[in-house]
Design a protein around this ligand. Sequence first.
Ligand code: 3H9
Length: 696
Amino acid sequence: MSAVKYRLDGNVAVLEIDNPPVNATSISVREGLAEALKEAGADPAVDALVLTGSNGVFLAGADIKEISSGLSNKFPMLRDLQSQMEALPKPIVAAIQGVALGGGFEIALTCHWRVAAKSAQVGLPEVKLGLLPGAGGTQRFTRLAGPEAALDAITSGAQIPATRALELGLIDALADDVVAEAIVFARQAAADQRPLRLASNVTEKITGADPAVFAAFRKKLESKARGQLAPWRIIDCIEAACTRPKDEAFQLERDWYNECRNSAQRKALVHGFFAEREARKIPDLPTDTQPLPVRRAAIIGAGTMGGGIAMNFANAGIPVQLLELTQEALDRGLGLIKRNYAASVTRGSLTQAAMDRALSLVQGVTEYEALAAADIVIEAVFEDMKVKKDVFTRLDAVCAPQAILATNTSSLDIDAIAEITSRPQNVIGTHFFSPANVMKLLENVRSRHSSARTIATAMSLGKQLGKVAVLAGNCDGFIGNRMLQFYSGEAEFLLEEGATPEQIDTVMEGFGFAMGPLAVRDLAGNDVGYLIRKSRRIPDDERFSPILQRVFEAGRLGQKSGRGFYRYEGRTRIPDPEIMTLIEGVSRDLGITRREIPDDEILNRLLHPLVNEGAKIVAEGIAIRASDVDVVYVNGYGFPAYKGGPMFWAQEIGFEKVVETMRKLAPTHGQRWRPAPLLERLASGGQGWSDLKKTA
Ligand code: 3H9
């Protein structure tokens, strides 16, 4: 069976790529396409060609596995096919349905014309994989749509709806029946002997491009793309399209593509791509498990978190009830949601019509009895077991028997919450991250009672809400917060020993974290941090630094009080001598002689505890696999995606080295630095995380 089906519709050859699930341009597709192009070119009965895809998509791009294995370089490469297409003296029309992405869209851009279904999406998402479009994508896109549109679209990797692509000049027509209309288009172009239009020869939008555009865009991207390679190379490519001779610009794109493909960042981001998809797979669920369809939802608690979660449902088109027991609290919560949407409208990221549609889906209620029709209820009240149990008792009494009852706790025992109800099998943790309408991670936490259907529903809810869902087991802090306590705890030990908040945060931000650990504490609130710290269970032979408690007691609550580990002017953090006095006081009280701490020690001291606790979490089965831990850290805790996540990072630097560093630091930094047995095993066996599956 060829991956490319060939048929004739009168004088038009229709080439249909069929490589499930998403028609990636694997070697079989490239070989099939080369053969089909040759056949259509040689057949005198063929006057024009239509290129399309099966499986509801055009082409999703290069086969990402082949990029890692090197098979994407095997002849014919995408570029060879493009040369073949450009040399063909017959019109080629792309019929795009579903998505045309990456190398797939680059093939479409090489066709002479493009017809797209109204619901189709096109785009060049390579940047998300640490790549740039290496088959002429940066060049042809820029020539058709102009540098400004290209800069926005290719550095973000965003999908572009067909209607917008038409406005930008990337496609030529919208269609209802895309293949039939593309055939008509192609036949007419041949009949009219219309001059064949190659995007690589279009120049109107690149002539006289203003060089200031590139300087301004580089400035705009400065903090967002700090430390990354691909976004900067994409700008270079687009600039080259406007300023260099055509052949030279295409060659530069090729060189820079190879530079990105060979980079550690590409490897890390490809790991992240597959890790997110792997996380959806729950090995112990029976394959025929059907999730409960979520058609109506309800949220208990209209605070910042509850409101944010409700917005997720409304954005996904799911009617959602928001419960507060007093009208006043409810009005406050609904007002907050309205203000959040209005801010998006002002920023231009949401239309007024979309805001009105979303708001019409949110219904405020003050009685539990109103929740009887909800398929899922998510509790987002104060983090206190007694309060939560009370909510669940009330929910149990009023909700439909099959309804899923979920708790948004960030650390409490899900088993205990489930056991207060008469349907513990329907109870699960759905841990959202703040701000819940923005953050991508959904950490689902199974209790020992959660049924297969309950777990499947929570996981498919993640996809419905556009989140990345990961399943965790029930323990103190689950995956993310359990690891976090050792990371932020270590930051305070470093302060005791001689580091300053700005030194620690600068090192971690230099590594790529969105924010350093102390800036994060100030953002979340040091009162909140201290409260959580107090509830934590740690082994008897460990301690926490008293710094957080003293910062809290000094009323330095963080950004909200204008002072924390920094002083704040608005959101700008400013080093504060007063906090240093407090920290130095702690060092003195503990009898610690402060010293200069090198930056690499700071990095090691903060990353190793994450890896170590992560390894324990994997060994205990709290995370199904190490890559799930990476997905949690990248999507919920600001770990740089282009470094892959803590577990990937450890494997890349080598487990032997990780264990050696820990053993070296253990005598001075205590018991907590003893390497997890699993890390020792991996180090001594020369194994990787993926070997665990094989030996389990
Ligand atoms: C590129 O093109 C470079 C060129 O410029 C090169 C020039 C020289 N390859 O996401 P889903 C698998 S770079 C291999 O769950 P959805 C995926 O792993 C590429 N496999 O579905 C999963 O497998 P499994 C640029 C791929 O409906 C299954 O398909 N293109 C690829 O939610 C279903 O995926 C991109 O970056 C692939 N390209 O979303 C597009 N794509 O079932 C990447 C998917 O075993 N893909 N798979 O877990 C996507 O964005 C989404 O998959 C898509 C569908 C929107 C297409």
